[in-house]
Design a protein around this ligand. Structure first.
Ligand code: PEP
Length: 252
């Protein structure tokens, strides 16, 4: 059975004391509540080295990674550096990176490849913007993003990738895709993978939904057959909401 995952993305939030305290709260929550899912926290680069956690179900990810191995790339952080501070993986191709840093699907594909090369788990983010959804182009947009970024990988490599479908119009807006909208795109992504790599590979990949997930709507979304959890922004910033989201898997 594929993994169920609740992943947080802290973005550019929290000072060091705040980050330490939230991470410790999440760690101890998982410790005392035997979670039924894996928990990931994507945290700012500057805190990664200090991010020591005890529970094996809690993984620490960066929010980005360089597409380059090393060298004259001022401000970038490489896969090898992340590995050297024991990071487990990276969020790659988040819509905010695509929008504000003009990341392309080709660059995102290169980042995924290099993450895998260094034993880091990539969370590959895809998803359409509002205009594309309104024009009924969401299936095609997600298809292209997925093909360009992932389909150069071998079957063994793609099996290690986590996918996060995040309709951009639902991120941080309070607007959520309906569980049915999430399910139909997740099923579409899975069928694209099945066509290229076979059903067994497609069925082994966790596909998360992201976009204004909160304790009040998570259960309905996470219950859909092709939704394997969530990538969560706002509600990952406090222990009450985030632990309630983790706990959703005790109720499904
Ligand atoms: C995100 O940034 O990945 C996200 C889904 O944010 P939010 O939950 O705040 O919409």
């Amino acid at each position: 059975m594929r993994k169920k995952i609740v992943a947080g993305n802290w973005k550019m939030n929290k000072t060091l004391p705040e980050a330490k305290s939230l991470l410790a709260e999440i760690d101890s929550y998982i410790q005392s509540n035997s979670s039924k899912c894996e928990v990931i926290v994507g945290i700012p680069f500057v805190y990664l080295e200090n991010a020591k956690v005890n529970h094996k179900n809690l993984k620490v990810f960066s929010e980005d990674i360089s597409e380059h191995k090393s060298g004259a790339y001022t401000g970038e952080v490489s896969a090898e550096m992340l590995k050297s501070v024991n990071v487990d993986g990276s969020i790659i191709g988040h819509s905010e990176r695509r929008q504000y840093h003009k990341e392309t699907d080709e660059q995102i594909g290169a980042k995924i490849k290099i993450a895998l090369e260094y034993g880091l788990t990539p969370i590959f983010c895809n998803g359409e913007i509002l205009e594309e959804r309104k024009a009924g182009r969401h299936f095609d947009v997600v298809k292209k993003q997925t093909e360009v970024a992932l389909f150069g990988l071998t079957a063994e490599e793609i099996s290690k990738v986590i996918i996060a479908y995040e309709p951009v119009w639902a991120i941080g807006t309070g607007e959520t895709a309906t569980p049915e909208q999430a399910q139909e795109i997740h099923a579409h992504i899975r069928s694209l993978i099945a066509d290229k790599y076979g059903k067994e590979v497609a069925d082994s990949i966790s596909i998360l939904y992201g976009g204004s997930v909160k304790p009040s709507n998570a259960k309905e979304i996470f219950s859909k057959p092709d939704v394997d959890g969530g990538l969560i922004g706002g509600a990952a910033l406090n222990i009450n909401d985030f632990s309630a989201l983790i706990n959703t898997y005790s109720e499904i």
